[in-house]
Ligand binder design. Structure first.
Ligand SMILES: [Zn+2]
Length: 305
């Protein structure tokens, strides 16, 4: 997440603007009763700890409540995201916060791939893809959440490099000739069937998820990224000082400042998105589901053997 754009939206200086291509194409996903997803596995795959909390953890929390088991795959080491820590201290602080994020969200385990923050365009995408294929097969991932590899005007290389590796790994993990050495280790081909892509800029939105019932969990996820949220707050304070201004709630106790800052984030972003669709809070995605084009034919013609 880039700080400048986040601050603009959080302060309400501009509405989150992701116009859907066509209202008729949008599916609204609301809370389900019971655990219809029991037995399914989701993976949140992002370069940075705070990407999921900003863009999709209301939906991730909803799906976990509905029975999914969830994992977090963090591709970068987040070494650049603190206000005044050293590079090494920043890696350790965000690693600790990752543990808090897992608890806040209800995810089972994190895998840190550890690539250098803001330098992922220097890494072979085939290597990242290979590591993701291994994890998708190992964890038997059915559903992924990640940046939209086709989102527009993305300026952070970590975001689009991760997104492209995720998209390719989702289908290649199902191939019996892709990395066959995995099968000698006991793994099996396993395609990812559902993708929820989010973006910071314009994207083709075809699914909107009502996160009203899980917005408190989303807030807890944001607040668990304490080092990063403190970075936002202190960047804001520094920019205000340059104009001889201060906001008292952001200038005192850090916990109170983060609390208010994250509250503003959901009010000025998720609530704005929700209002477009008649909901209190919502998250937007480009959703790609399983190919069902053969289902009817199979139902009509398949025989038991
Ligand atoms: Zn990010």
């Amino acid at each position: 997440m880039e700080r400048r754009q986040f601050l603009t939206n959080t302060l309400g200086l501009a509405a989150a603007a992701q116009a859907p291509a066509s209202a008729s194409e949008i599916i609204i996903e609301r809370a389900a009763t019971g655990e219809p997803h029991k037995g399914k596995v989701l993976a949140l795959v992002t370069p940075h700890l705070d990407d999921g909390p900003h863009f999709c953890c209301g939906t991730v929390a909803k799906l976990l409540k509905e029975g999914y088991t969830g994992y977090f795959i963090r591709t970068s080491n987040d070494e650049k995201d603190s206000f005044d820590l050293t590079l090494g201290e920043t890696v350790a602080a965000n690693e600790r916060d990752t543990g808090e994020f897992l608890k806040a969200c209800g995810l089972k385990q994190a895998f840190d791939l550890g690539y250098r923050n803001h330098r992922m365009d220097d890494v072979a995408r085939t290597e990242i893809r290979a590591r993701l294929i291994f994890l998708f097969r190992l964890l038997k991932v059915d559903t992924v959440f990640s940046y939209d590899p086709w989102g527009h005007y993305e300026e952070n290389p970590d975001h689009y490099v991760t997104a492209q590796a995720v998209e390719a790994a989702c289908w290649m993990s199902g191939g019996h000739l892709d990395m066959p050495e995995h099968f000698a280790a006991g793994l099996k081909p396993h395609s990812v069937r559902e993708k929820y892509y989010f973006a910071r800029g314009p994207q083709l939105v075809n699914r909107v998820v009502d996160i009203g019932p899980t917005v408190e969990t989303k807030l807890a996820c944001l607040r668990s990224c304490r080092t990063m949220m403190a970075h936002f707050v202190r960047d804001l304070n520094a920019s205000l000082v340059e104009k001889n201004l201060r906001i008292p709630v952001f200038s005192g106790d850090e916990t109170a400042a983060i609390h208010e800052f994250t509250r503003l984030r959901t009010e000025n972003w998720d609530r704005v998105v929700g209002r477009k669709y008649g909901m209190d809070y919502a998250e937007e995605f480009h959703y790609i589901g399983p190919d069902k084009s053969m289902d009817e034919y199979v139902a009509r013609h398949a025989e038991h053997i």
